[in-house]
Design a protein around this ligand. Sequence first.
Ligand code: NDP
Length: 480
Amino acid sequence: MAPAESVRKRQKARLNEKVTESGTKGQKEELGKWGRAWEVDWFSLTGVILLLCFAPLIVFFFIVTCDQYQCSVSHVVLDIYNGDTSPLTIWNRAPSFTWTAAKIYASWVTFQVVLYICIPDFTHNILPGYVGGVQDGARTPAGLINRYEINGLQCWIITHVLWAANAYHFHWFSPTIIFDNWIPLLWCTNILGYSVSTFAFIKAYLFPTNPEDCKFTGNIFYNYMMGIEFNPRIGKWFDFKLFFNGRPGIIAWTLINLSYAAKQQQLYGYVTNSMILVNVLQAIYVLDFFWNEAWYLKTIDICHDHFGWYLGWGDCVWLPFLYTLQGLYLVYNPVQLSTPHCAAILTLGLMGYYIFRSANHQKDLFRRTDGDCKIWGRKPCYIECSYRSGDGAVHKSKLLTSGFWGVTRHMNYTGDLMGSLAYCLACGGQHLMPYFYIIYMTILLVHRCIRDEHRCSNKYSKDWKRYTDAVPQRLIPGIF
Ligand code: NDP
């Protein structure tokens, strides 16, 4: 029997056992069906295949456009249209894989693995409000609760202290090292991204960590892209999702930006205020992520998405290359903003961050205290709801309708989008490329909103309807 088939049979048997214990046969269909899709429609399949084919090309296109055309997309398009160049010429002119880049990247990933495995939570009890150490994740569709070792903040601090010491004090490498190897590094990150996704795919068939939480749709492309295993792990603690989501990509984000700032300094003898603005706003976002890593266990990435190419390749390649596009653009096109312009963008970025953080905090506080807290100075209002996990058990939950969660159903996304717009505006209005980020984030978060609501509606059924009646808008009050 094929391993996937055997896992599927075991899941079914387990499901039947639980149904006999706790419900009727009709309920069987609904058990644990609120996770990611079990069946693939043509629309989803087309999207998956398009992404698999085009996402790597999009990353290559943007990075090479900066390298060869100073980030001017229209210049590339016109050159190709006029016959002055061809995609093949652009491809041939792009720097190729180098062993120097491979050594840098291998050392980087190995270092992050070592930190992830070995660093204890040394900030515990030192930093008030910070939650580290061993923490529980959310309940999986099969009814399990995974435990995680939270030490991302410590790893971020150690990495940045060592970076500053080596780049500026001991001069073991130049602070521009990342920028100087950027395209060769693109090939290396792709090798890791594809390897880890393929490994996770094979592992799901041969030795899954939690077989009950695996999902096989019967479509190989969808399974590869969206993942089969929910929480693939090696050993007890090496969790693929927590490591790849957070560590090689998000820790690198601030270092990549610092490397761009150092390159500006080297090329022009100064660092522009726009570069400082992008570095500061994005560093706040990254630090927020690590400060709240325990909260992150309750977000969609960790508690609902399965681990496939979408997360594996996305974290290794898409995130470090495209989330840092503004800094890269500013190396080729230094922009000095007027003081009012700079202040307005900073205000937008900070307001966005405030809404993003407060909304996330309100939901986290509400869920942690089971509603026994104050939101905007008052006892919170909420909707009582219930759902069934895959093991047939019925669980109670609550949906908050106070604070930002009473304004729209996803004010945390709205705040995130305001912050994203601020990074783009810092690059001025000369070129389109830095605005790719806000376009992408809007598509990502609107799609995520719809995907999440579909899942929540399956999970909570009529209780979810009561919630959407109480809070009718998704992102923008009165509009959407
Ligand atoms: P949320 O943190 O909004 O989590 C959604 C989940 O919260 C739902 O599935 C549901 O889960 C629960 N929920 C929904 N409504 C309520 C409510 N009213 N009261 C209580 N619980 C509710 O979404 P994400 O995990 O996607 O995002 C977390 C943050 O990360 C966001 O701020 C987002 O902007 C950011 N983000 C950033 C990305 C980036 O690339 N920069 C990518 C993705 C996210 P349950 O089943 O538990 O009820």
